[in-house]
Design a protein around this ligand. Structure first.
Ligand code: FAD
Length: 589
């Protein structure tokens, strides 16, 4: 006997129509109907059971980042939905299409202050561009269509909250008399992206500005990740250094002769210098926020490509905004560019890069104990596959991954760029591994971020996802510690007592767990983790007194350090010796 269809099945079936095959989430009594619908359709959508809803939202965001498709997460009413929020903000701020589905208390109790009555449609108003509560089963397919289309079109979060009595209602139930001059909503699960190429008059204006420039810098961001060949072709013609935002790191290989790597505090000196002396800035797929690291307005003429007409021109006065897809727009633009014959600006940047690479190599000292975080990152870099996907946490860990992990071949790199939240590295990696079972997926995390969502290690183990987790374990919140000092304050509240043993936790639960305390043991452990067929956690005790240095130390920053030292900064001696040693290594190189 076939079971009568319940309304929650309309939701699941419509998601299938949209091509959704994965939902990350955690059950609860506010979503029993949806969970039952997922059970009934488990051959078409895979439900990835996680340990914390925040991680489910990060996974949906990470999944969207690595696949370019919609990410979907599911949480129960009240607390489950509240837990999603941070991961949803991550998706919103990094422009990822994510659909959040939550439960709501049953309709007859709404407004009575019943248990778990949290009005998630109000709570999510700010994070979700499309935000709706289901009121009657017949509207479900259309609400899904509108939610998915909105998320894809605006690269943002949509939210549907579904009262649990309606979830288990008969799919055909429509108890109310229709009074509007309208039929029941009826739509199709279709979306098509807008045409990606700007008008030719705009392309001509852009080409004129770029052709007139003598020192053109190309700043490539996350929106240019799919436009490697086109970015290189444009930079080649313009003889312009390619500077990459951190989320745009994967755009061009780090050893490509045209790139000067990153920009900003985690960037490189040659990028900084290129920006300082540029006369023309060509921004491609970036909304780079740290405007102090861009040339001052007035110094440069700006051409900017962005897919979003509301974003282009937001950071710096822009001569020619080009609204379009980075790859398609560059394909149309490059034939209009004249190959620059004077290439000394680029030559200078390339020479600067050779020096910068030597400086970085000097910091990757294999001899030091405690282990240098830069050395840890470089060993992972050397031994990782050419198509590895690496997700980095926020904090000093981002400095090490920005500078000491290289994009080469088909490698990809992700982090929480604009929310800069703690703890996405592990769930992103799980989502990446889920999407790409055959690729090497690496989480590069600090002990602070890892401890927050470490239960997701169990998610990897239980779903047999062979992720590789490397923990830069310095038993401190490093980024904050250094920020306190730069502001002139001695550190406070940034170190837990004792050092946790994450390898033992991993090992006890069925993963490979390795703890490394000596630099001499590092290579074998990293190689062992990569060779291991299942999930592996390598817990590496690193130097807690290693400062993440900006590309150029400003007078204000140095003054802050000095003040903190004078006011009684603990660990002065080791910090000073690290700073001093780094300076010597730099000078020696
Ligand atoms: P986004 O802000 O995501 O912008 C991407 C743009 O591309 C959007 O405007 C979007 O509309 C557009 N777009 C999307 N798709 C397309 C397409 N197909 N075609 C054209 N346009 C498209 N970043 C740095 O660069 N340097 C740092 O030193 C740095 N330090 C950081 C430190 C930490 C601890 C953390 C967590 C983050 C740090 N970041 C750093 C990240 C930084 O906060 C910003 O997130 C980042 O600079 C923004 O990069 P973006 O402009 O490429 O990405």
């Amino acid at each position: 006997m076939s079971m009568p269809k319940i309304a929650a099945e309309l939701l699941v079936e419509r998601l299938v129509d949209w091509g959704v095959d994965t939902i990350f989430g955690l059950p609860g009594d506010g979503i029993n109907g949806i969970t039952e619908a997922l059970r009934r359709h488990q051959d078409r959508i895979r439900f990835v059971l996680v340990h914390h809803e925040e991680a489910a939202a990060f996974m949906a965001c990470g999944y969207a980042k690595v696949t370019g498709r919609l990410g979907v997460c599911l949480a129960t009413s009240g607390p489950g939905g509240v837990h999603l929020l941070n991961g949803l903000y991550d998706a919103k701020l990094d422009h990822q299409p994510v659909l959040a589905i939550t439960g709501m208390q049953e309709t007859q109790l709404l407004g009575t202050g019943y248990q778990q009555e949290v009005h998630l449609e109000k709570l999510f108003e700010d994070v979700a561009g499309y935000d709706v509560m289901v009121h009657v089963p017949v509207q479900v397919p259309t609400l899904v269509d509108l939610a998915v289309r909105h998320a894809l079109a605006h690269r943002t979060v949509s939210h549907i909250t579904f009262p649990n009595d309606l979830q288990v209602a008969d799919a055909d139930a429509n108890p109310w008399q229709a009074v509007a001059p309208a039929r029941a909503p009826s739509t199709a699960p279709v979306y098509i992206a807008p045409p990606g190429v700007p008008r030719s008059a705009d392309l001509e204006r852009a080409a004129a500005v770029l052709n007139a420039g003598e020192k053109v810098v190309l700043l490539a961001g996350a929106g240019a990740l799919g436009a490697r060949a086109e970015v290189v072709a444009a930079a080649e013609a313009l003889a312009s250094p390619i500077v990459k935002t951190l989320p745009g790191k994967g755009c061009v290989p780090d050893d490509h002769p045209l790139t000067t790597g990153g920009i900003g505090l985690l960037g490189t000196e040659p990028s900084e210098e290129a920006m300082e002396s540029a006369d023309t800035l060509f921004m491609v797929g970036t909304n780079f926020p740290y405007t102090k690291h861009l040339p001052p307005p007035g110094q440069v003429k700006v051409v900017q490509i962005d897919i979003d007409p509301a974003t282009v021109g937001n950071r710096i006065p822009t001569e020619v905004p080009l609204v379009g897809d980075a790859a398609a727009t560059l394909q149309a633009l490059v034939p209009r560019l004249q190959r620059k014959t004077t290439r000394s600006f680029l030559d200078g940047a390339q020479a600067g890069m050779r020096e910068w690479r030597e400086k970085m190599a000097a910091l990757e000292d294999s001899e030091r104990d405690p282990i240098q975080p830069q050395y840890l990152m470089r060993v992972i870099d050397r031994l990782a596959a050419d198509d590895a996907i690496l997700a980095s946490d926020s904090g000093t860990i981002a400095t090490w991954s920005a500078r000491h992990f290289d994009i080469r071949g088909g490698r990809e790199y992700y982090l929480s760029g604009n929310l800069a939240t703690m703890a996405p590295g592990l769930p992103y990696t799980i989502a990446a591994q889920w999407a790409h079972p055959g690729r090497q997926c690496i989480a590069f995390v600090g002990d602070g971020g890892f401890a927050m969502l470490m239960a997701e290690t169990l998610t990897a183990i239980r779903h047999e996802l062979p992720i590789k987790v490397f923990i830069n374990n310095n038993a401190e919140y490093g980024q904050i510690l250094w920020e306190q000092m730069v502001l002139g304050f001695p550190e406070f509240g940034v170190r837990h007592r004792g050092v946790a043993d994450y390898a033992a936790f991993a090992q006890a639960n069925g993963a490979l767990g390795l703890r490394v305390e000596k630099a001499a043991d590092l290579e074998a452990a990293v190689a062992g983790a990569f060779a291991h067929p299942g999930p592996a956690v390598v817990d590496v005790l690193t130097n807690p007194d290693e400062p993440p240095m900006p590309p150029k130390v400003s007078y204000e920053q140095a003054k802050g350090f000095t003040k903190a030292f004078l006011k009684g900064q603990p660990h002065k001696a080791t910090i000073a010796s690290t700073l001093f040693r780094d300076k010597i290594s730099e000078l020696k190189s």
